[in-house]
Design a protein around this ligand. Sequence first.
Ligand SMILES: [Fe+2]
Length: 356
Amino acid sequence: MGEYTTKQYNVKDIVPGMTIGKPVVGVNGRVILGEGIILSERIIDQLANWGIHTIDIQELNQTVTAHVKELECYAKKTQNNYEKSLESLKTYFEQTRRYKKISVASMRELSSKSIEQMVNTPGIISFLLMLERKDDYTFHHSLNVAILSGVLGKWLGVGGQDLKDLIFAGLLHDTGKTMVDIDILNKPTKLSKKEFEIVRYHPILGYELLRETQDLPEAVRLGVLQHHERMDGSGYPLSLSGGQIHYFAKIIAIVDIYDAMTSDRVYQTKLDPFSVIETLASEMFGKIDAEFCTIFLQNISNYLTGKFMRLSDGRIAEVVYYDNVAYRRPIVRTDDNEFIDLNKNKALEISEVIDV
Ligand SMILES: [Fe+2]
């Protein structure tokens, strides 16, 4: 990314994630590692064997600031698109609540225009993580699940009309909640057994709302009906397991859990993305599709590398290396140029994502 300055580091101070600024030459005079290579733990372990004592490392400079500005511009456009989509969605959901009928054509248009555009926007994952959600959890959540279903679908190689249908299923996944009393949905205290049963009925209500609609692929209906089913049969409403669950529903289930955990809700404050990754990884055993989830987690963790976070001591830091084994504990570079391995320094935590 353009020009940069370099600083010489002693090998013992090198940590994974640092980028080589000048070619590393071995004792025989040959280049062992080229400029621009990101150092991994494996390479670092080899350095002493190769007789390397110092390495020139790339330092942050003005180019990075310019890049961040460019991304901010993207973020503004996305913000506008997101807010407009949210308003439309609110109107359509309110109409569904009032007339007990979904305006499928209008929602399809919202999905294929604005939402597909957001699926293809660079930086959309960070945008959603940084999003200030006002009230109305269900609207934000439906929009986010639609976007994230599309993003995960793309990572899994879903394309063409299937991808469009998947995004649409994500948008409609909780549409059955429009048939549930608002006071129950927004109740800040624990639900009674009866209220709990009513809420758990929403996938069937959504499926029924869509049953009358012509020209709607069955995959969309199944995505809605089965999004709370779990691989081990512990889900609802039909206690389906593994192979009985449509892949749309498996994808929606993963992003549904992810979005719920990354948002502030009446009864829960949002978690940082590293805790969310950790939770999803443990849910993966038995409950959600392991293959899909692995791809989701790999992409999300790659995505978080290079992003800026606020640490619990208030400093801003860039994630430079993220080791899948040590969930939640990446190596970061602070704004005062200190490299910290959070896996070793347990006193510090990541408190929020601040990158665009
Ligand atoms: Fe749901």
